[in-house]
Design a protein around this ligand. Structure first.
Ligand SMILES: NC(=O)c1ccc[n+]([C@@H]2O[C@H](COP(=O)([O-])OP(=O)(O)OC[C@H]3O[C@@H](n4cnc5c(N)ncnc54)[C@H](O)[C@@H]3O)[C@@H](O)[C@H]2O)c1
Length: 316
């Protein structure tokens, strides 16, 4: 107890993240904010009333915030802030179509985090993910290890789910890994994919693995297409909540996340999906996993693709 976490944005992603964080029962307080008057307060009250049923003590506090930072005092003292504010995709849209509108939102949110929670670790989920993470770091001026993004846990979970479903095995027996960016340059890492310790390549033909990788890469779009309005949030919120938990507990848990890469894999100066160890200071260290030559080449290509886009966000 004693820890405080804030979730900015009380839409589908934010509200489910707040609920998961509250149900962990490890935080003193979960703060949920939004610019829509009454929405975070209403959702927080509703979540609070589930406490006797679910058996958690965490206080859930909702706070409407204004265009000039009104209400942001509520986030003071937060150890972790999860940024979910921003528009989601509509069918046919790419994540990049959200760039300008979400950049305005994320910049405003980041400036208020700097002012009211200057020691927080910031976990960004707003899309386009790699660019919004880079922008949050520029706007907060926090040390780079204290600003990170969520994408890899989700992409990896989607891949594992598809493999488990295809083989008809328990999801717990499946290990997969995706690195790179959240989108077209996602880098699946087949050499780290196993089922009960056996290489995936021994269990499925290459074409089948390619098909599952394609489905994983389009995992978000598949759900957007089915929902017609809004995007995925159950698996995404599970991923962000795990990251916030690892920071709050200073656990050293290792996850694929969007982190600042500074020399690892021969790549420097870019936010990229890599394995990292998380703790109270955010990213404790980036972990270099062994990659085959082609996997390493794909990661370097992904790094160059996101580097170009991240260079532009400073002006947004
Ligand atoms: N990284 C990932 O893996 C991943 C996965 C799914 C969705 N996303 C992204 O997460 C974001 C949120 O998705 P969602 O489904 O919750 O959307 P949503 O439309 O349900 O919720 C977004 C919320 O943000 C609020 N908001 C807008 N401007 C704000 C501001 N300045 N301050 C505070 N709140 C503000 C809105 O009022 C709304 O309630 C989207 O950008 C989406 O693309 C990322």
């Amino acid at each position: 107890m004693g820890k405080k976490v804030t979730v900015v944005g009380a839409g589908f992603y934010g509200s489910t993240t707040a609920q998961r964080l509250a149900e962990y029962n490890i935080f003193d307080t979960v703060v949920l904010t939004d610019i829509v008057e009454g929405k975070p307060e209403g959702l927080a009250l509703d979540m609070s009333q589930s406490r006797p049923i679910e058996g958690f003590e965490t206080r859930v506090v909702g706070q409407t915030t204004g265009p000039n930072g009104e209400g942001y005092e509520a986030i003071e003292g937060s150890h972790v802030v999860v940024v979910t504010a921003g528009l989601p995709r509509k069918p046919g849209m790419s994540r990049m179509d959200l760039l300008e509108v979400n950049a305005r939102i994320v910049r405003q949110v980041a400036e208020n985090i700097t002012k009211y929670a200057p020691n927080a670790v910031v976990i960004v989920v707003s899309n386009p993910l790699d660019e919004m993470t880079a922008l949050a770091r520029i706007a907060t001026q926090f040390p780079r290890q204290r600003v990170l993004g969520q994408a890899g846990i989700l992409d990896t979970a989607r891949f594992s789910h598809f493999v488990a479903e295809d083989l008809g095995v328990a999801v717990a027996s499946v290990k997969t890994l995706t690195l790179g960016s959240h989108g077209d340059t996602m880098v699946p890492v087949p050499s780290h994919c196993t089922v009960d310790g056996k290489p995936l390549a021994d269990l499925l033909p290459a074409e089948k693995i390619d098909e599952l990788v394609r489905r994983t890469r389009n995992g978000g779009a598949e759900i957007v297409g089915l929902l017609k309005t809004g995007s995925a949030y159950y698996a995404p919120s599970a991923a962000a909540a795990r990251m916030a938990r690892a920071v709050a507990e200073d656990s050293g848990a290792q996850f694929p996340v969007c982190a600042w890469v500074d020399g690892e894999y021969g790549i420097s100066g870019v936010y990229l999906g890599v394995m990292a160890e998380l703790g109270a200071e955010g990213v404790r260290r980036v972990i270099e996993v062994d990659l085959t030559d082609s996997e390493l080449a794909a990661l370097k290509t992904a790094a160059e693709a996101v580097r170009a886009k991240q260079a532009d966000v400073a002006n947004l």
